[in-house]
Write a protein that binds this ligand. Structure first.
Ligand code: NDP
Length: 320
């Protein structure tokens, strides 16, 4: 049985900007990283059309192309990119201990270091009309896609800090932002609520839900439902932003890694270190605030540097 177990220096789980950047750095440091792509190779960016805010692309780039570039750059230095899901882990508590991972419920791997870059998944409402128009005007990231609706009328769903922040961001670019909050109050901090209510081109609607997103190929409007009165109202919009929260992809690490109450992995101070020696976290899986490709890439770089330093410190201890 044990001859089936592959032993590696660095296992990277997840193939978004964080995972690939970690791979570029780890490969250049001779850590021979192996990256497992997960169910959505390339991560959330592969569902985005145009990426205009990643430095180095003066004319923008579409999300899938950018992820291919990142993959090729990681492979250029010897990263092994493998299609597959890590379905279970057994993380060691020992300094220098080996971490076990199962691939697709079968193959076993032992890794000296693990970089978790499994990302987070944006929540959607689940309406068929919303799903049909994802990429056709329905987005879960105002900072990524808001620019395309410059001077136009849009709507945003949600009443938390993300929705409040994105509504004010959109209000700066767009002509009008209709904000739908399903309850009779917002969950966002008082300061953020104040920013929303004092922005004149945000039309804040409490007790309001999406009944249907209108349009065939692209968003043309929204039918709203007032859940108190049962009244329905249609408005014309070209973009709909869903800001009802994200779910970090951390289910397989539950009970093994310290997480906050929302399931985001807790990293130590300004590092990417988790509570397990040799296990690091980068990207959206440990960041609920910034969630940008470039910030994810930055923490991917940090995770590889932290992993490299960890391995050197273990080697020093062994040779001392
Ligand atoms: P939250 O979980 O805080 O808020 C989600 C919002 O979406 C709530 O208003 C919720 O309504 C609403 N909602 C959920 N499901 C639905 C649905 N099916 N239909 C309509 N509305 C729905 O998520 P956020 O992403 O806003 O924030 C996550 C965390 O990140 C929070 O801790 C937040 O404080 C933090 N954050 C901090 C920032 C900062 O400090 N600058 C910026 C962004 C986020 P209801 O209230 O009725 O449940």
């Amino acid at each position: 049985m044990s001859e089936n177990i592959e032993r590696i220096k660095c296992l990277i789980i997840g193939s978004g900007p964080a995972g690939y950047t970690a791979a570029i750095y780890a490969a250049r440091a001779d850590m021979h990283p192996v990256i497992y792509t997960g169910m959505e190779p390339g991560g959330q960016l592969t569902t985005t059309t145009e990426v205009d805010n990643f430095p180095g692309y003066p004319n923008g780039v579409d999300g899938p192309t950018m992820m291919v570039h990142l993959q090729q750059q990681a492979e250029r230095f010897g990263t092994q990119v493998r299609i597959g899901m890590i379905t279970a882990v057994e993380l060691s508590n020992e300094l220098g201990g080996l971490h076990k991972a199962t691939v697709d419920n079968s193959k076993q791997i032992e890794a000296e270091t693990v970089i978790i870059s499994t990302g987070a998944t944006a929540k959607y409402l689940g309406l068929p009309s919303e799903q049909k128009l994802r990429g056709g005007g329905v987005s879960a990231c105002a900072v990524c896609d808001g620019f395309f609706y410059k001077g136009q009328e849009v709507a945003i769903v949600g009443g938390g800090d993300t929705a409040a922040e994105e509504a004010t961001y959109l209000a700066n670019i767009c002509k009008k932002v209709t904000m739908l909050v399903r309850g009779d109050s917002m969950r966002a901090s008082k300061a953020m609520q104040h920013r929303v209510t004092s922005t004149t081109n945000i039309d804040l609607r409490y007790n309001t839900e999406v009944d249907e997103v209108l349009g065939e190929q692209v968003v043309e409007g929204l039918r709203m439902l007032n859940n108190e009165t049962g009244e329905k109202e249609e408005i014309e919009i070209t973009g709909l932003f869903i800001a009802i929260g994200h779910k970090p992809n951390t289910d397989i690490f539950k009970g093994q890694i310290d997480m906050d109450d929302m399931g985001y992995i807790i990293t130590k101070g300004k590092s990417t270190k988790t509570n397990k020696p040799g296990v690091f976290a980068s990207g959206d899986v440990q960041d609920k605030e910034y969630r940008q490709a470039v910030t994810a890439a930055g923490t991917g770089c940090m995770a590889a540097l932290d992993a490299e330093r960890y391995l050197s410190s273990i080697e020093k201890e062994v040779t001392a």
